[in-house]
Design a protein around this ligand. Structure first.
Ligand code: ASP
Length: 308
């Protein structure tokens, strides 16, 4: 029997400190805590890491404060297109969806791809077909809409038209994710996102790409990433952490720090990761101002954080 642990994140695109009201701060902590509760419930009753990360991410997708599911950001043509992926470290089984709109919980659509098809990733209408065949609940545009994300799109488009660089990460991106190690020593990762505000229609980020934004393998670790997706893809961020552990014998903490603080940070790859290994160790490095994050271990100590 192994010791279980769980970490969650609500994105590295945190709100600037000066814009954080006490109400918002409480809301972010409560959202992270609710996700930890959902995952912890699964793990403490002997459930699988895969079920725990799915449950935790569903809670974060349902919370409009985070950029995934309800509250996802808008594309440059006023739509919402969501990406998600899940991976089970016991078998290296994985499922992902890209650019979808409809299922309230894109992570469950990703899991349906993993469990009900022979493929790893589906996009567009065919991904939705699998979600429908699985009886997943769908939402209409009103369900997913939030005024904050809509306003963020308008200001981003305005700044773009005026050639002004957007310095507010909370306006630009965000993502949610979870990693867990269960009592059997199996690890799993799940990540879900609306992507980046004002992205081009059809743009897919790192989140659903196995080895970039999501990865899990019992021999090394499970990783869920958040940040500037294009850079995470080019540096195969999650797989690189696992590769450092596998080939260079690095610890989880050293491997993740190297990738986040060096590879990504030095190449315009602002963001961070949460990661866990099969011994239940957790690390949560980020190279920007903050990352909504939290963790709980078998000891039952729940912790949530926003900034350093
Ligand atoms: N990585 C996400 C994407 O590029 C965004 C984020 O995590 O902030 O789609």
């Amino acid at each position: 029997m192994s010791t279980f642990s769980l970490a969650v994140h609500g994105g590295a695109g945190t709100i600037l400190r000066e814009n954080l009201t006490p109400e918002l701060e409480a809301g972010y902590h409560a959202g992270l805590r609710a996700a930890l509760d959902a995952g912890h419930k699964v793990l403490s009753s002997g459930g699988s890491a895969l079920d725990a990360v799915t449950a935790a991410v569903c809670v974060l997708e349902d919370e409009p404060l985070f950029n995934a599911g309800r509250g996802a950001v808008f594309t440059s043509d006023d739509k919402q297109e969501m990406d998600a992926a899940v991976m089970d470290g016991a078998r290296r089984a994985a499922g992902a969806v890209g650019g979808i709109f409809g299922p309230r919980n894109p992570i469950r659509a990703a899991r349906a791809v993993m469990e009900r098809t022979d493929h790893v990733m589906l996009i567009g209408p065919n991904a939705l077909e699998v979600a429908r065949a699985t009886d997943l609940p769908f939402g209409d545009p009103d369900y997913f809409f939030t005024q904050t994300r809509w306003d963020a799109l308008q200001s981003t488009l305005k700044m773009r038209a005026e050639g002004i660089e957007d310095n507010d990460p909370a306006r630009r991106h965000g993502t949610v994710g979870a990693v867990a190690c269960d009592m059997q020593g199996t690890v799993a990762a799940a990540t879900s996102t609306g992507g980046m505000t004002a992205k081009l229609p059809g743009r897919i980020g790192d989140t659903p790409m196995i080895g970039a934004g999501t990865f899990a393998d019992n021999a090394t670790c499970a990783v869920s990433a958040t940040g500037h997706g294009e850079v995470f893809i080019r540096f195969t961020a999650a797989a690189e952490i696992a590769a450092r552990m596998r080939h260079a014998g690095q610890t989880l903490e050293d491997a993740a720090a190297q990738v986040v603080m060096h590879d990504l940070a030095q190449n315009d790859g602002s963001g961070g990761v949460i990661a866990v290994d099969a011994g239940g160790n957790i690390t949560m490095p980020f190279n920007c101002e903050g990352m909504y994050r939290g963790r709980v271990t078998e000891s039952g100590a729940f912790e949530t954080f926003i900034y350093r």
